[in-house]
Design a protein around this ligand. Structure first.
Ligand SMILES: *[C@@H]1O[C@H](CO)[C@@H](O)[C@H](O)[C@H]1NC(C)=O
Ligand SMILES: *[C@@H]1O[C@H](CO)[C@@H](O)[C@H](O)[C@H]1NC(C)=O
Ligand SMILES: *[C@@H]1O[C@H](CO)[C@@H](O)[C@H](O)[C@H]1NC(C)=O
Length: 891
């Protein structure tokens, strides 16, 4: 079971970026990601054997992160099997702790070494990401007069038959509203040498419009674990359409891409549930050669979700911007989301509100705001997409196919990505931040009378709906050619303010805080010039704000940040559909509205609600990080690292957060919302008239010169004087680091003890038996190991996942091709049984097998899927080779 040592060493030395990920066998194994601290005493092999897991491979491109696995417990124990691996870690923690009380036993010391060497351990659960644009219905309008596009076609020798309908390139009906790239093509810039990856549901590389620009080396199917990202589900056309927007070949098929000489890769993740480890591997796949990762998906756009990337995915994004593209940084492009009609906002999506991604919202062919397009302070730019009766024409799946009904913010993001591909041809040295700066500097104001526009302190125009404006190919490339690279990134983590004893523990329990009163609760943090100087900080770019707020109805909460210069960023506006009671447990918002503003002075955060009698909440605390450029690039740079646990209030003291012994080990990935692979994009999004006269967040009118303190009850402003230590001092500054460490350790141990009591005496006996087994890797399938612990968790997750897929049939597809294949009868029912086959409780016949890379032929179901039955057999893929976790024989 254990990899031979030599193989392990080879693995360690292997640059996994270019390795093909091993197949996953979720039906027989439980997978985990283990972050190993090589300097903490225990080797990776020791940690693995103590936990009873085997090492599969490095987790994506993340160093010291390992994908490990353990055989699933046998079905004899039914659904109520526990997570033996997490239990093993808890046992080790318990035994490590014994050394603190009793004589040093060898077992305790060894346990201590292991516990401190395991920096992070989390089970990998499968979940579904939501595409941001199911195909809209075809609308008749929009042909208009094709003269101008005809003359462009003639001048440039474009013979693609549908070029005239590609209004996003040449707009005959409304000439100013287009991506404006023909002038760039005239300069000989067509994307040569630049590679973009569509992180999506596959890419039809057999299409005559894509084959010549397909980049196979950087492609991979993370759903079926195959080398090529073949779209196999009947509605797997999304990635192909997005790819066509970027790099459709200039030939006689359909239309052309914005960067028609660039290359596109397909990374298939949306055609079924995937684990965090695979999602993070996808975001770093071949990331030295691939420059742009175009992502038109995210958490559900239902106006009720608040979800972001988990630890591993955040790490992958940070790894991408720090190490991708030879250190220039991967360009992550994210669609802002299609939940506008549900009052959804891109600041409730941790991908779009990440500072590491360029967030792109949509405007339609008349330049109007389509109501599906989400607004928020993290929106950077808009690009053209569907609305007012016109959609996007692009390549479709099939040898010679054209889609005329593409749209949503899904189609806006690849249009922006195409422009970045053009820019990187002429300026391959642009960093990920240069690309963002160029967006801010060159985006064009649209609908100047729209009340959503405000002037920023730096004199730019910003709108929650349009970001800094519509991205313009010609302006972007001209500016890129003359661009002076920005200096490296600097950031300052400001102190965390704890309000009225507000706190949140590792179990996300929040207590204390200032009750939200009419007018809201305001609190302030001061940024001083000396802070900037100490941190070698020159110019402001992004601001992230982390808040701890309890509320009985999350959708009622409004959060706004006011800068020292009176510039206001609405971070959260009301969401009528969001009745979650979970509040904001250390949720991070982001704003780009303060770009280039002088940050010195008092920043105020106001938290308000709707003053409803039966709803209430409290503001517990907040913190802010300012991001920008360094002043002196020759000084040593502070490198950002993703903390394992970052939402405690008060935060863990400095010393303890670095101490591996005291760091509480998260026991599972954070709350996930599994959702069907459709977007919140309304079916009539292409038809509905856009608007240009409504503020994104009505009721929150600009008060740009009014400091927040005036708004709040004077009594509340006293909270701004709450004494808070700087991170350097820590909250336990009066105690020694050692004591601090012990305290955190005790908290974790206390939890284990409480848990253990609940498990009961019977299991205690069994546990005692197991202890003896930990010194060796279990060579046989240890059924007993599985019987202890969080018994129902696995079953519940499975159910959630299934429920999500049961709704798959909502994905209305009105496109010509797919309309031929109506929805099958209640895919959910078949799906359910298909999914349960993978559940250990019903997969009785499957004996846990040892790890191997070869396909396990007994799992391959040689089924022939009817188009309408594909989903029923496999939630993740209709591949005829078998279900989603069973890779086919050919790789
Ligand atoms: C588009 O690009 C051309 C250069 O080809 C430029 O002259 C023109 O002003 C641009 N149009 C818009 C609307 O930005
Ligand atoms: C991708 O990158 C690797 C290593 O950086 C290199 O060996 C390989 O040739 C590249 N492939 C392409 C197609 O550029
Ligand atoms: C916070 O806790 C301290 C000590 O427990 C107590 O004295 C103080 O009154 C509390 N403050 C509030 C606002 O509850």
């Amino acid at each position: 079971m254990r990899l031979p040592l030599t193989l392990l060493l080879a693995l360690l030395a292997y640059d996994s970026v270019y390795a093909t990920p091993a197949k996953r066998h979720y039906s027989t194994h439980d997978y985990y990601v283990l972050e190993h601290n090589p300097h903490a005493g225990a080797s990776l092999a020791d940690c693995a054997s103590s936990l009873g897991v085997e090492i599969v491979e490095q987790a994506g491109a993340l160093q010291d992160h390992w994908l490990v696995r353990a055989p699933k417990p046998s079905s004899l124990l039914g659904k109520r099997h526990a997570d033996a691996v997490m239990q093993a870690l808890e046992d080790l923690q318990t035994r490590a702790q014994l050394s603190g009380f009793s004589a040093r036993s060898e077992d305790a010391l060894r346990s201590r070494d292991i516990v401190s060497s395991v920096k992070y351990l989390a089970p990998q659960t499968l979940r579904q990401r939501t595409k941001r644009a199911p195909p809209p219905p075809i609308s008749p309008g929009g042909d208009g007069d094709i003269e101008s596009s005809a003359s462009v076609a003639q001048r440039m020798g474009i013979t693609d038959p549908e070029f005239g309908r590609q209004w996003h390139i040449v707009n005959d009906a409304s000439p100013h509203n287009m991506m404006n790239v023909t002038g760039v093509w005239d300069m000989g810039i067509t994307g040569k040498g630049v590679i973009s990856a569509l992180v999506d549901d596959g890419l039809d590389y057999t299409s005559d419009d894509l084959a010549a620009n397909f980049y196979a080396y950087g492609s991979y199917d993370f759903n079926d674990h195959l080398d090529l990202p073949t779209p196999t589900l009947f509605d797997d056309h999304h990635g192909t359409r997005c790819a066509g927007q970027i790099a459709a070949v200039k030939n006689d098929v359909c239309g052309v891409g914005i960067a028609y000489d660039s290359k596109v890769a397909g990374l298939r993740i949306l055609s079924g549930p995937i684990s965090d480890v695979d999602e993070s591997a996808a975001l770093n796949y071949d990331y030295q050669n691939t420059s742009i990762f175009s992502c038109s998906w995210g958490p559900p756009d239902d106006g009720r979700s608040m979800e972001g990337p988990g630890y591993l995915i955040k790490k992958a994004m940070v790894n991408g911007i720090q190490n991708g593209r030879q250190g220039k940084g991967s360009i992550f492009v994210f669609a802002s989301g299609n939940g506008g009609r549900s009052a959804d906002q891109c600041n409730f999506d941790g991908y779009t509100n990440s500072i590491f991604s360029v967030t792109v919202a949509a405007v339609d062919y008349r330049g109007l705001h389509p109501d599906y397009s989400e607004a928020c302070a993290a929106n950077m730019v808009v690009a053209y997409s569907s609305g007012s009766g016109n959609q996007i024409t692009t390549t479709d799946r099939g040898k010679n196919k054209c889609a005329h009904s593409h749209g949503g913010t899904s189609a806006a993001a690849p249009n922006a990505a195409g422009i970045f591909a053009l820019a990187l041809q002429t300026r391959p040295d642009l960093s990920w931040r240069d690309v963002q700066h160029l967006c801010v500097k060159t985006a064009q104001m649209i609908n100047p009378d729209d009340p959503d526009w405000e002037t920023t302190a730096a004199g730019n125009r910003f709108s929650y709906k349009y970001g800094y404006g519509v991205i313009n190919g010609y302006e972007f490339i001209k500016a890129a050619q003359a661009w002076q690279l920005v200096k490296p990134q600097a950031f300052i983590d400001l102190q965390t303010v704890q309000i009225a004893n507000g706190s949140m523990n590792i179990f996300h329990t929040m207590t204390g805080g200032e009750p939200i009163v009419p007018g809201g609760v305001t609190n302030s943090i001061e940024v001083t010039q000396s802070m900037l100087d100490e941190n070698n900080f020159e110019k402001l770019e992004h601001i992230t704000v982390k808040v701890w707020i309890t509320h009985t109805r999350r959708g009622d909460v409004e959060v706004e940040l006011v800068s020292p210069n009176g510039i206001r960023s609405i971070l959260a506006a009301t969401r009528y559909g969001d009745s979650a009671k979970t509040g904001f447990p250390g949720w991070t918002f982001m704003t780009v509205k303060h770009w280039d503003e002088n940050p010195v002075g008092k920043w105020s955060l106001r938290v308000n609600d709707q003053n409803k009698e039966d709803e209430s909440g409290a503001f517990l605390g907040w913190t802010m990080t300012v991001w920008g450029s360094v002043k002196d690039a020759t000084k040593p740079l502070k490198v950002y690292d993703v903390p394992v646990i970052d939402s405690l209030l008060p935060p863990a003291a400095e010393g303890s957060s670095d101490s591996h012994i005291s760091t509480p080990i998260p026991t599972a990935t954070t709350t996930k919302t599994f959702s069907k692979p459709t977007a919140g994009l309304p079916g009539d999004h292409g038809d509905k008239e856009g608007e240009n006269h409504k503020p994104a967040f009505p009721g929150s009118q600009p008060t740009t010169t009014k400091p927040a303190e005036d708004v709040a009850d004077p009594a509340k402003t006293s909270t701004s004087t709450t004494t808070t230590p700087t991170p350097d001092e820590g909250w336990f500054a009066d105690l020694s680091n050692l004591v601090t460490n012990q305290m955190w350790f005790f908290v974790a141990i206390g939890a284990v003890i409480v848990f253990s009591i609940a498990v009961g005496v019977f299991f205690w006996r069994r546990r005692a038996r197991r202890r003896a087994q930990y010194s060796t890797l279990p060579e046989s399938d240890d059924v007993a190991m599985s019987s202890i612990g969080r018994s129902t968790q696995g079953g519940q997750r499975t159910k959630e996942l299934y429920d999500a897929f049961g709704e798959v049939s909502d994905d209305e597809d009105a496109d010509e091709e797919t309309r031929l294949h109506p929805q099958g009868p209640s895919p959910g029912i078949n799906l359910h049984s298909g999914f349960l086959d993978d559940d250990p409780s019903t997969a009785g016949g499957i004996t846990p097998t040892r790890y191997r890379d070869e396909p396990e032929s007994e799992h391959i179901e040689p089924t022939h899927h009817e188009p309408q039955g594909e989903r029923s057999d496999s939630p993740a893929s209709g591949s005829g080779d078998g279900s989603w976790e069973h890779a086919s024989e050919t790789r």
